[in-house]
Write a protein that binds this ligand. Structure first.
Ligand SMILES: *Cc1c(COP(=O)(O)O)cnc(C)c1O
Length: 394
Protein backbone atom coordinates (compact mmCIF):
# COMPACT_ATOMS: atom_id res chain seq x y z
CA UNK A 1 0.00 0.00 0.00
CA UNK A 2 1.32 3.38 -0.94
CA UNK A 3 0.30 6.86 0.03
CA UNK A 4 1.19 9.69 -2.28
CA UNK A 5 3.30 11.49 0.32
CA UNK A 6 6.80 11.94 -1.06
CA UNK A 7 6.20 9.69 -4.05
CA UNK A 8 6.33 10.61 -7.72
CA UNK A 9 5.24 14.16 -8.33
CA UNK A 10 1.91 14.42 -10.10
CA UNK A 11 2.43 14.84 -13.80
CA UNK A 12 0.36 17.33 -15.75
CA UNK A 13 -1.84 15.10 -17.90
CA UNK A 14 -3.35 11.64 -17.36
CA UNK A 15 -1.47 10.34 -20.41
CA UNK A 16 1.83 11.40 -18.90
CA UNK A 17 0.95 9.92 -15.51
CA UNK A 18 0.11 6.65 -17.25
CA UNK A 19 3.35 6.51 -19.18
CA UNK A 20 5.83 7.90 -16.63
CA UNK A 21 4.45 7.55 -13.13
CA UNK A 22 5.57 4.64 -10.93
CA UNK A 23 8.73 3.95 -12.95
CA UNK A 24 12.17 4.22 -11.31
CA UNK A 25 14.57 3.36 -14.09
CA UNK A 26 17.53 4.49 -11.97
CA UNK A 27 16.73 1.68 -9.55
CA UNK A 28 16.34 -0.89 -12.36
CA UNK A 29 19.76 -0.59 -14.01
CA UNK A 30 18.24 1.72 -16.59
CA UNK A 31 15.60 -0.71 -17.80
CA UNK A 32 12.38 1.06 -18.70
CA UNK A 33 10.00 -1.13 -16.72
CA UNK A 34 9.96 -2.22 -13.11
CA UNK A 35 10.22 -6.03 -13.30
CA UNK A 36 8.27 -8.62 -11.34
CA UNK A 37 9.64 -8.72 -7.80
CA UNK A 38 8.55 -12.10 -6.49
CA UNK A 39 9.28 -12.48 -2.83
CA UNK A 40 8.18 -12.98 0.73
CA UNK A 41 11.25 -12.40 2.91
CA UNK A 42 13.10 -9.10 2.79
CA UNK A 43 16.58 -9.26 4.34
CA UNK A 44 17.90 -6.51 6.60
CA UNK A 45 21.66 -5.90 6.88
CA UNK A 46 21.83 -4.70 10.45
CA UNK A 47 19.77 -4.66 13.63
CA UNK A 48 19.37 -0.94 13.16
CA UNK A 49 17.84 -1.54 9.72
CA UNK A 50 15.53 -4.23 11.12
CA UNK A 51 14.35 -2.09 13.99
CA UNK A 52 14.29 1.21 12.12
CA UNK A 53 11.64 2.54 9.80
CA UNK A 54 13.91 3.44 6.90
CA UNK A 55 13.56 0.26 4.81
CA UNK A 56 11.21 0.84 1.85
CA UNK A 57 9.96 -2.76 1.94
CA UNK A 58 9.73 -5.07 4.93
CA UNK A 59 7.76 -8.16 3.87
CA UNK A 60 6.24 -9.44 0.63
CA UNK A 61 2.65 -9.07 1.74
CA UNK A 62 2.99 -5.36 2.41
CA UNK A 63 4.32 -4.47 -1.02
CA UNK A 64 7.34 -4.32 -3.27
CA UNK A 65 8.46 -2.22 -6.28
CA UNK A 66 6.14 -4.13 -8.67
CA UNK A 67 3.04 -3.38 -6.63
CA UNK A 68 4.12 0.13 -5.75
CA UNK A 69 4.42 1.00 -9.46
CA UNK A 70 0.67 0.43 -9.86
CA UNK A 71 -0.39 2.10 -6.61
CA UNK A 72 1.47 5.25 -7.58
CA UNK A 73 -0.28 5.53 -10.96
CA UNK A 74 -3.81 4.97 -9.61
CA UNK A 75 -3.26 7.32 -6.66
CA UNK A 76 -2.16 10.08 -9.02
CA UNK A 77 -5.00 9.50 -11.52
CA UNK A 78 -7.73 9.36 -8.87
CA UNK A 79 -6.21 12.31 -6.97
CA UNK A 80 -6.30 10.11 -3.89
CA UNK A 81 -4.29 10.05 -0.67
CA UNK A 82 -3.36 6.43 -1.33
CA UNK A 83 -4.24 3.16 -3.08
CA UNK A 84 -4.31 -0.49 -2.04
CA UNK A 85 -4.21 -3.47 -4.42
CA UNK A 86 -6.28 -6.63 -4.31
CA UNK A 87 -6.31 -9.96 -6.16
CA UNK A 88 -9.66 -9.14 -7.81
CA UNK A 89 -12.08 -6.26 -8.17
CA UNK A 90 -14.47 -7.91 -5.76
CA UNK A 91 -11.70 -8.33 -3.16
CA UNK A 92 -10.95 -4.58 -3.46
CA UNK A 93 -14.65 -3.84 -2.95
CA UNK A 94 -15.08 -6.18 0.04
CA UNK A 95 -11.90 -4.83 1.69
CA UNK A 96 -13.00 -1.24 1.16
CA UNK A 97 -16.43 -2.03 2.61
CA UNK A 98 -14.87 -3.73 5.65
CA UNK A 99 -12.78 -0.61 6.23
CA UNK A 100 -15.97 1.45 6.69
CA UNK A 101 -18.66 -0.65 8.38
CA UNK A 102 -19.15 -1.86 11.95
CA UNK A 103 -21.82 -4.05 13.54
CA UNK A 104 -25.13 -2.22 13.75
CA UNK A 105 -24.46 0.07 10.79
CA UNK A 106 -26.86 0.66 7.95
CA UNK A 107 -25.59 0.98 4.37
CA UNK A 108 -27.29 2.08 1.16
CA UNK A 109 -26.42 0.47 -2.19
CA UNK A 110 -27.62 1.50 -5.62
CA UNK A 111 -30.09 -1.02 -7.02
CA UNK A 112 -27.97 -1.08 -10.19
CA UNK A 113 -24.87 -2.32 -8.33
CA UNK A 114 -22.67 -5.15 -9.63
CA UNK A 115 -24.46 -8.26 -8.36
CA UNK A 116 -21.61 -9.83 -6.32
CA UNK A 117 -21.23 -6.51 -4.43
CA UNK A 118 -24.92 -6.73 -3.58
CA UNK A 119 -24.54 -10.32 -2.38
CA UNK A 120 -21.43 -9.61 -0.27
CA UNK A 121 -23.27 -6.83 1.56
CA UNK A 122 -26.49 -8.73 2.07
CA UNK A 123 -24.97 -12.07 3.03
CA UNK A 124 -21.51 -11.55 4.48
CA UNK A 125 -21.96 -8.11 6.03
CA UNK A 126 -25.48 -9.17 7.00
CA UNK A 127 -24.04 -11.94 9.17
CA UNK A 128 -21.97 -9.28 10.93
CA UNK A 129 -24.96 -7.18 11.85
CA UNK A 130 -24.82 -4.67 9.01
CA UNK A 131 -28.15 -3.78 7.38
CA UNK A 132 -28.09 -3.28 3.60
CA UNK A 133 -30.81 -1.31 1.84
CA UNK A 134 -31.03 -0.56 -1.88
CA UNK A 135 -31.99 2.72 -3.54
CA UNK A 136 -33.08 3.90 -6.96
CA UNK A 137 -29.93 4.81 -8.94
CA UNK A 138 -31.69 8.00 -10.09
CA UNK A 139 -32.46 9.13 -6.53
CA UNK A 140 -29.90 11.99 -6.42
CA UNK A 141 -30.56 14.39 -3.53
CA UNK A 142 -33.57 12.22 -2.60
CA UNK A 143 -31.12 9.97 -0.77
CA UNK A 144 -31.71 12.38 2.14
CA UNK A 145 -35.10 10.69 2.70
CA UNK A 146 -33.45 7.28 3.13
CA UNK A 147 -30.53 8.00 5.45
CA UNK A 148 -30.98 7.54 9.18
CA UNK A 149 -28.76 7.93 12.24
CA UNK A 150 -27.27 4.47 11.64
CA UNK A 151 -26.39 5.02 7.98
CA UNK A 152 -22.63 4.79 7.55
CA UNK A 153 -22.13 4.42 3.80
CA UNK A 154 -23.71 5.13 0.42
CA UNK A 155 -22.37 2.92 -2.38
CA UNK A 156 -22.54 4.38 -5.88
CA UNK A 157 -21.86 2.64 -9.18
CA UNK A 158 -22.16 5.01 -12.09
CA UNK A 159 -23.20 4.09 -14.67
CA UNK A 160 -24.90 1.02 -13.19
CA UNK A 161 -23.93 -2.53 -14.05
CA UNK A 162 -26.06 -3.90 -16.93
CA UNK A 163 -28.49 -0.95 -17.07
CA UNK A 164 -26.19 2.12 -17.23
CA UNK A 165 -28.07 4.69 -15.13
CA UNK A 166 -25.82 7.65 -14.34
CA UNK A 167 -25.94 8.73 -10.70
CA UNK A 168 -25.87 12.29 -9.37
CA UNK A 169 -22.74 11.81 -7.28
CA UNK A 170 -22.33 15.48 -6.24
CA UNK A 171 -25.95 15.56 -4.98
CA UNK A 172 -25.49 12.31 -3.05
CA UNK A 173 -22.19 13.51 -1.57
CA UNK A 174 -23.79 16.80 -0.53
CA UNK A 175 -26.27 14.82 1.57
CA UNK A 176 -23.73 12.33 2.93
CA UNK A 177 -20.76 14.54 3.81
CA UNK A 178 -22.33 16.83 6.45
CA UNK A 179 -23.82 13.74 8.12
CA UNK A 180 -20.47 11.94 8.30
CA UNK A 181 -21.66 9.22 5.88
CA UNK A 182 -18.94 7.79 3.61
CA UNK A 183 -19.51 7.64 -0.16
CA UNK A 184 -17.87 4.79 -2.06
CA UNK A 185 -17.87 4.60 -5.86
CA UNK A 186 -17.22 1.70 -8.23
CA UNK A 187 -15.51 3.55 -11.11
CA UNK A 188 -14.61 0.53 -13.26
CA UNK A 189 -16.57 1.68 -16.33
CA UNK A 190 -15.21 5.19 -16.86
CA UNK A 191 -11.78 4.73 -15.23
CA UNK A 192 -10.17 7.86 -13.74
CA UNK A 193 -9.47 9.02 -17.28
CA UNK A 194 -13.13 9.92 -17.78
CA UNK A 195 -14.52 10.30 -14.25
CA UNK A 196 -12.92 11.26 -10.93
CA UNK A 197 -15.28 10.47 -8.06
CA UNK A 198 -13.00 11.80 -5.31
CA UNK A 199 -13.09 15.25 -6.92
CA UNK A 200 -16.92 15.09 -6.92
CA UNK A 201 -17.27 14.41 -3.21
CA UNK A 202 -16.69 10.65 -2.89
CA UNK A 203 -14.41 9.27 -0.14
CA UNK A 204 -13.33 5.92 -1.56
CA UNK A 205 -13.13 4.72 -5.16
CA UNK A 206 -12.80 1.09 -6.22
CA UNK A 207 -11.88 -0.56 -9.50
CA UNK A 208 -12.23 -3.94 -11.10
CA UNK A 209 -8.67 -3.69 -12.41
CA UNK A 210 -9.38 -6.97 -14.19
CA UNK A 211 -11.25 -4.94 -16.79
CA UNK A 212 -9.69 -1.85 -18.42
CA UNK A 213 -6.50 -1.62 -16.34
CA UNK A 214 -5.34 -5.15 -17.19
CA UNK A 215 -6.99 -4.70 -20.57
CA UNK A 216 -6.05 -8.04 -22.10
CA UNK A 217 -8.31 -10.58 -20.31
CA UNK A 218 -5.27 -12.31 -18.86
CA UNK A 219 -5.34 -11.55 -15.10
CA UNK A 220 -7.57 -10.70 -12.14
CA UNK A 221 -6.88 -7.47 -10.26
CA UNK A 222 -8.47 -4.76 -8.11
CA UNK A 223 -7.69 -1.40 -6.52
CA UNK A 224 -9.19 0.79 -3.79
CA UNK A 225 -8.17 4.41 -3.29
CA UNK A 226 -9.23 6.85 -0.58
CA UNK A 227 -9.12 10.53 0.25
CA UNK A 228 -7.01 11.74 3.20
CA UNK A 229 -9.87 11.22 5.64
CA UNK A 230 -10.41 7.54 4.83
CA UNK A 231 -6.91 6.49 3.76
CA UNK A 232 -5.70 5.48 7.26
CA UNK A 233 -8.74 3.20 7.78
CA UNK A 234 -8.53 1.71 4.29
CA UNK A 235 -4.79 1.01 4.41
CA UNK A 236 -4.97 -0.41 7.95
CA UNK A 237 -7.91 -2.72 7.17
CA UNK A 238 -6.24 -3.91 3.96
CA UNK A 239 -3.04 -4.67 5.88
CA UNK A 240 -4.77 -6.53 8.72
CA UNK A 241 -6.99 -8.52 6.36
CA UNK A 242 -3.86 -9.76 4.63
CA UNK A 243 -5.09 -8.74 1.21
CA UNK A 244 -2.34 -8.44 -1.39
CA UNK A 245 -2.10 -8.67 -5.17
CA UNK A 246 0.46 -10.99 -6.72
CA UNK A 247 3.54 -9.20 -8.13
CA UNK A 248 2.97 -10.96 -11.48
CA UNK A 249 -0.53 -9.52 -11.71
CA UNK A 250 0.70 -6.11 -10.55
CA UNK A 251 3.24 -6.22 -13.38
CA UNK A 252 0.46 -6.98 -15.88
CA UNK A 253 -1.61 -4.13 -14.45
CA UNK A 254 1.32 -1.70 -14.73
CA UNK A 255 1.88 -2.86 -18.30
CA UNK A 256 -1.81 -2.47 -19.13
CA UNK A 257 -1.97 1.00 -17.61
CA UNK A 258 0.78 2.30 -19.89
CA UNK A 259 -1.63 2.01 -22.86
CA UNK A 260 -4.91 2.66 -21.00
CA UNK A 261 -5.48 6.12 -22.48
CA UNK A 262 -5.16 5.02 -26.07
CA UNK A 263 -7.26 1.88 -25.52
CA UNK A 264 -9.99 3.86 -23.77
CA UNK A 265 -10.08 6.34 -26.64
CA UNK A 266 -10.22 3.70 -29.37
CA UNK A 267 -12.75 1.52 -27.55
CA UNK A 268 -14.90 4.54 -26.64
CA UNK A 269 -15.12 5.54 -30.32
CA UNK A 270 -15.97 2.04 -31.52
CA UNK A 271 -18.53 1.49 -28.74
CA UNK A 272 -20.23 4.78 -29.48
CA UNK A 273 -20.31 4.14 -33.21
CA UNK A 274 -21.75 0.66 -32.71
CA UNK A 275 -24.29 1.99 -30.19
CA UNK A 276 -25.50 4.65 -32.65
CA UNK A 277 -25.66 2.09 -35.44
CA UNK A 278 -27.65 -0.33 -33.26
CA UNK A 279 -30.02 2.42 -32.18
CA UNK A 280 -31.12 2.82 -35.81
CA UNK A 281 -31.96 -0.91 -36.27
CA UNK A 282 -35.72 -1.67 -36.21
CA UNK A 283 -35.23 -4.78 -34.05
CA UNK A 284 -33.49 -2.77 -31.33
CA UNK A 285 -35.94 -1.44 -28.76
CA UNK A 286 -33.40 0.56 -26.76
CA UNK A 287 -29.67 1.17 -26.47
CA UNK A 288 -28.49 1.89 -22.92
CA UNK A 289 -25.39 4.02 -23.39
CA UNK A 290 -25.05 7.28 -21.40
CA UNK A 291 -23.16 9.08 -24.20
CA UNK A 292 -26.18 8.75 -26.53
CA UNK A 293 -28.41 11.82 -26.64
CA UNK A 294 -31.40 9.49 -26.19
CA UNK A 295 -30.16 8.29 -22.79
CA UNK A 296 -32.28 9.69 -19.92
CA UNK A 297 -29.18 10.64 -17.91
CA UNK A 298 -27.25 12.13 -20.81
CA UNK A 299 -27.11 15.64 -19.28
CA UNK A 300 -25.70 14.26 -16.02
CA UNK A 301 -23.20 12.21 -17.99
CA UNK A 302 -22.08 15.33 -19.90
CA UNK A 303 -21.70 17.23 -16.64
CA UNK A 304 -19.65 14.69 -14.66
CA UNK A 305 -17.83 12.52 -17.22
CA UNK A 306 -15.29 13.51 -19.85
CA UNK A 307 -15.70 10.35 -21.91
CA UNK A 308 -17.48 7.01 -22.08
CA UNK A 309 -16.43 3.41 -21.60
CA UNK A 310 -16.39 0.40 -23.88
CA UNK A 311 -19.45 -1.25 -22.35
CA UNK A 312 -23.18 -0.72 -22.94
CA UNK A 313 -26.42 -2.67 -23.24
CA UNK A 314 -29.16 -3.03 -25.83
CA UNK A 315 -32.69 -4.36 -25.56
CA UNK A 316 -34.04 -6.39 -28.47
CA UNK A 317 -37.77 -6.72 -29.12
CA UNK A 318 -39.29 -9.96 -27.93
CA UNK A 319 -37.34 -12.68 -26.21
CA UNK A 320 -37.91 -16.10 -27.72
CA UNK A 321 -35.11 -18.35 -26.51
CA UNK A 322 -34.58 -19.85 -29.95
CA UNK A 323 -33.92 -16.39 -31.39
CA UNK A 324 -31.47 -15.52 -28.61
CA UNK A 325 -29.63 -18.80 -29.14
CA UNK A 326 -29.53 -18.37 -32.93
CA UNK A 327 -28.17 -14.88 -32.52
CA UNK A 328 -25.47 -15.69 -29.96
CA UNK A 329 -24.39 -19.14 -31.17
CA UNK A 330 -23.53 -17.81 -34.62
CA UNK A 331 -21.42 -14.81 -33.53
CA UNK A 332 -17.95 -14.87 -35.07
CA UNK A 333 -16.14 -11.89 -33.54
CA UNK A 334 -18.17 -11.15 -30.41
CA UNK A 335 -17.37 -13.73 -27.76
CA UNK A 336 -19.87 -14.81 -25.12
CA UNK A 337 -18.38 -14.70 -21.63
CA UNK A 338 -18.28 -12.88 -18.32
CA UNK A 339 -16.02 -9.96 -17.54
CA UNK A 340 -15.07 -7.23 -20.06
CA UNK A 341 -12.32 -4.67 -20.62
CA UNK A 342 -10.08 -6.73 -22.88
CA UNK A 343 -9.07 -5.98 -26.46
CA UNK A 344 -11.73 -8.39 -27.74
CA UNK A 345 -15.45 -7.77 -28.11
CA UNK A 346 -18.13 -9.60 -26.11
CA UNK A 347 -21.90 -9.98 -26.15
CA UNK A 348 -23.79 -11.52 -23.23
CA UNK A 349 -27.51 -11.89 -22.44
CA UNK A 350 -28.23 -10.34 -19.01
CA UNK A 351 -31.24 -10.29 -16.70
CA UNK A 352 -31.47 -7.12 -14.61
CA UNK A 353 -35.13 -7.92 -13.87
CA UNK A 354 -34.02 -10.89 -11.76
CA UNK A 355 -31.63 -8.89 -9.58
CA UNK A 356 -33.37 -5.70 -8.49
CA UNK A 357 -35.23 -5.19 -5.24
CA UNK A 358 -35.76 -1.42 -4.74
CA UNK A 359 -36.79 -0.65 -8.29
CA UNK A 360 -38.26 -2.62 -11.19
CA UNK A 361 -36.55 -3.20 -14.47
CA UNK A 362 -39.43 -3.38 -16.91
CA UNK A 363 -38.93 -4.58 -20.43
CA UNK A 364 -40.63 -7.12 -22.67
CA UNK A 365 -37.43 -7.55 -24.61
CA UNK A 366 -34.14 -9.31 -24.03
CA UNK A 367 -31.16 -7.31 -22.72
CA UNK A 368 -27.66 -7.89 -24.04
CA UNK A 369 -24.50 -6.39 -22.58
CA UNK A 370 -21.96 -5.53 -25.25
CA UNK A 371 -18.27 -4.90 -24.76
CA UNK A 372 -16.47 -3.36 -27.70
CA UNK A 373 -12.82 -4.21 -28.20
CA UNK A 374 -10.25 -3.18 -30.77
CA UNK A 375 -11.46 -5.03 -33.87
CA UNK A 376 -12.27 -3.13 -37.06
CA UNK A 377 -15.62 -1.39 -36.57
CA UNK A 378 -16.98 -2.50 -39.94
CA UNK A 379 -16.25 -6.13 -39.08
CA UNK A 380 -18.04 -5.70 -35.75
CA UNK A 381 -21.08 -4.16 -37.46
CA UNK A 382 -21.17 -7.00 -40.00
CA UNK A 383 -21.05 -9.62 -37.21
CA UNK A 384 -23.85 -7.82 -35.35
CA UNK A 385 -25.93 -7.29 -38.51
CA UNK A 386 -25.80 -11.03 -39.23
CA UNK A 387 -26.70 -11.71 -35.57
CA UNK A 388 -29.77 -9.44 -35.75
CA UNK A 389 -30.85 -11.16 -38.98
CA UNK A 390 -30.61 -14.55 -37.27
CA UNK A 391 -32.62 -13.19 -34.32
CA UNK A 392 -35.34 -11.87 -36.61
CA UNK A 393 -35.46 -15.09 -38.65
CA UNK A 394 -35.65 -17.54 -35.73
C1 LIG B 1 -16.15 -7.18 -12.94
C2 LIG B 1 -16.62 -6.11 -12.03
C3 LIG B 1 -16.30 -6.13 -10.68
C4 LIG B 1 -15.54 -7.25 -10.04
O1 LIG B 1 -14.25 -7.39 -10.54
P1 LIG B 1 -13.50 -8.83 -10.50
O2 LIG B 1 -12.10 -8.50 -10.84
O3 LIG B 1 -14.20 -9.69 -11.50
O4 LIG B 1 -13.64 -9.36 -9.11
C5 LIG B 1 -16.73 -5.07 -9.91
N1 LIG B 1 -17.44 -4.05 -10.42
C6 LIG B 1 -17.75 -3.99 -11.72
C7 LIG B 1 -18.52 -2.84 -12.24
C8 LIG B 1 -17.36 -5.02 -12.58
O5 LIG B 1 -17.70 -4.98 -13.87
Amino acid sequence: MTSNAGKDARAASPETILTHSGRRTDEQFGFVNTPVYRGSTVLFGTLDDLEGSGAPYRYGRTGNPSTQAVETVITALEEAAGTVLAPSGLAAISTALLSVVSAGDDILLTDSVYEPTRLFCRETLGRMGVTTRFYDPRIGAGIADLVNEKTKLVFVESPGSLTFEVQDLPAISAVARPRGIAVMVDNSWATPLFHKPLTLGADIVVHAGTKMFIGHSDAMFGTASANAEWWPRLSRTHRLAGICASPDDAFLAARGLRTLAIRMKEQRERALELARWLEARPLVEQVLHPALESHPDHALFRRDFSGSGSLFSMVLKGKPRAAIAAMLDGLELFGMGYSWGGYESLCLPVHPERIRTATRWESDGCTFRIHVGLEGIDDLKADMAAALDRYAAA
